[in-house]
Ligand binder design. Structure first.
Ligand SMILES: Nc1ncnc2c1ncn2[C@@H]1O[C@H](COP(=O)(O)OP(=O)(O)OP(=O)(O)O)[C@@H](O)[C@H]1O
Ligand SMILES: [Mg+2]
Length: 262
C-alpha cells in the first residue's frame, strides 16, 4: 500500500531531518512511527502525501510513485489528521467534516447524509453537534471531528500525527479504542506518529522506532518488548515494562513492589 525507498530530507545544511529511511506498509496494517521530539516523524509522514517533498528517494502509494500523482487528488485520497487539531474555526462541525465531499462536487443532500453518518460513527450525535463551531466543543470532541473529516472521502490510507496528544487520559483511551474499531471495520491502512510508547504498544500492528532521522528497529509490539536489540529501544520499552510488572504485582499481591512494606 505504501512503500518508502531510501528517503532523505534535508531542510538546511547540517544533519538531515530524515536520513535513508525505507519501509513498507501492507494494506490494512496500522504502523506506528515512534521516537522522541525532532527525530523526523512529522517530516516523514508529510512526505507521504507530498505536504513536504523529499530531497531524495522514492515513495509509492497504491503502486504509484507519488511524484506522478496529481498533488490535489493524492491529498484528497489520503485521510490526514494533524498534530494539533486544525479545524477551521469559522466553520460549523458539519462544514468542517464536509470539506472534501464539497471539493469533490457532491450534491448537498449526499454531503449532509455522509456528514451525519460520520458524526454518528465518532459518537457525536448530529442533531446536537452539526451546527456548533469548534470553540463550542471540548478538545476530545474537536479531535473526533478531525477524525470524521479525515474519513469523509472514504480514504483507504490514513496518516495520523499525534492524534491523541492533547487529551486527558480517559478521553485518550476511549478515542484510541474507538479509532482501533474504525480501523478494523473499514480495513484502513494507517501510519500513525506518536512519542507515547504506551500508545504505540497498544495500537500498533508494527512499530518503527526512529532516532535522529533514521530507523533503529521495526517489529511487532511483542517483538520490541521481548527482544529490543538496541539500547535506545530497550530504554523506550523499560517504562511500560515496569508499569506492567507493578500492575501485575498489584493485582496478584495487592501491594506495590516499589513501595516499602508497612
Ligand atoms: N520547515 C522546517 N525548516 C527547517 N527545519 C525543520 C522544518 N521542519 C522541521 N525541521 C527540523 O527537522 C527535524 C525533524 O522535525 P519533525 O517535525 O519531523 O520532528 P518530529 O519527530 O515530528 O518531532 P515532534 O515529536 O516534536 O513533533 C527537527 O530537527 C526540526 O527542527
Ligand atoms: Mg511532529
Amino acid at each position: 500500500m505504501v512503500i518508502l525507498d531510501k528517503i532523505c530530507k534535508s531542510y538546511n545544511s547540517g544533519r538531515p531531518a530524515v536520513d535513508q529511511v525505507s519501509f513498507s506498509v501492507e494494506a490494512g496494517e496500522l504502523v506506528v512511527l515512534l521516537g522522541e521530539s525532532g527525530c523526523g516523524k512529522t517530516t516523514l509522514l508529510k512526505m507521504i502525501n507530498r505536504l513536504i517533498e523529499p530531497t531524495s528517494g522514492r515513495i509509492e502509494v497504491n503502486g504509484q510513485d507519488v511524484r506522478e500523482s496529481r498533488t490535489v487528488e493524492l491529498r484528497r485520497s489520503i485521510g490526514y489528521v494533524f498534530q494539533g487539531i486544525g479545524l477551521f474555526p469559522h466553520m460549523t462541525v458539519a462544514e468542517n467534516v464536509g470539506i472534501t465531499p464539497r471539493l469533490l462536487g457532491w450534491p448537498q443532500e449526499k454531503i449532509t447524509k455522509c456528514v451525519d453518518e460520520l458524526l454518528d460513527l465518532v459518537h457525536l450525535p448530529p442533531g446536537d453537534y452539526r451546527q456548533r463551531t469548534p470553540d463550542e466543543l471540548s478538545g476530545g470532541q474537536q479531535q473526533r471531528v478531525g477524525f470524521a473529516r479525515a474519513l469523509a472521502a472514504s480514504p483507504s490510507l490514513m496518516l495520523l500525527d499525534e492524534p491523541f496528544g492533547a487529551l486527558d487520559p480517559v478521553t485518550r483511551d476511549r478515542l484510541q479504542q474507538e479509532f482501533a474499531e474504525i480501523h478494523r471495520k473499514f480495513e484502513l491502512t494507517v501510519v500513525m506518529v506518536t512519542h507515547d510508547v504506551g500508545e504505540a504498544l497498544l495500537m500498533a500492528d508494527r512499530i518503527i522506532v526512529m532516532r535522529d532521522g533514521r530507523i533503529l528497529r521495526s517489529g511487532t509490539p511483542g517483538e520490541l518488548l521481548s527482544d529490543p536489540q538496541d539500547g535506545y529501544v530497550a530504554e523506550l520499552m523499560a517504562t511500560p515494562r515496569r508499569h506492567i510488572e507493578i500492575l501485575e504485582s498489584l493485582i496478584h499481591q495487592d501491594k506495590n513492589p516499589n513501595l516499602p512494606s508497612p
